[in-house]
Ligand binder design. Sequence first.
Ligand code: ZN
Ligand code: ZN
Length: 228
Amino acid sequence: MSWSIAVRMPSQCEVCRRWGRERLCADCLARFAAPRPRCARCALPLGGGTSVCGECLREPPPFEHTVCAADYGFPWDRLVAGFKFHGAVELAAPLARCIADAAAATAPQPALLLPVPLAPRRLAERGYNQAWELARRVARRRGLAAHADVLLRPVETAHQVDLPRAQRLANLRAAFVVEPRLRSELHGRRVALVDDVLTTGATAREAARALLQAGAAAVDVWVFARTP
Ligand SMILES: [Zn+2]
Ligand SMILES: [Zn+2]
């Protein structure tokens, strides 16, 4: 006879190292990823009373709604770096679960989840796109479709932090293209871009513009963490 391994193996919380059933324990999530008032468009933390931040009122981004589970900082900076740069793909499941839960609480329902793409060379170096590892798991949890090949990034743009702002934006503008054969996947549909962290929003803005130009009805952003 054979045993099916239905029993979950105990694991250590990635933050506090306590043993339990989850890789992120309830205490740590309550402490470091509690819901808080955020700008509906860009997820910046907000004080009371308003739903959209001043920046988004002055210059609304091309994405309509941002979901995020936590502020980027301790302890998530270490975990995200491990997930993204050091092969800790096993973190995709607990991080995706946080995104899915945050989306369940606040978000309009998109028809399709799309990972922010990596250029082919970067993908080959890393071996996986962390955004796709999140997107496909979030999609499964939320009962949505996800597609890795609709939005493409044909070449890696130069290392962004070294460049002046104008140059950075020019680079990003050329960075994203929609696969012509898959345009119909977008047509008239609301889609959500999935990534690990939303920092300045420049990448999300350019990716969202490419999707809207290709016929998407609306673009949202779903990330694990937002730089406050
Ligand atoms: Zn913990
Ligand atoms: Zn905002």
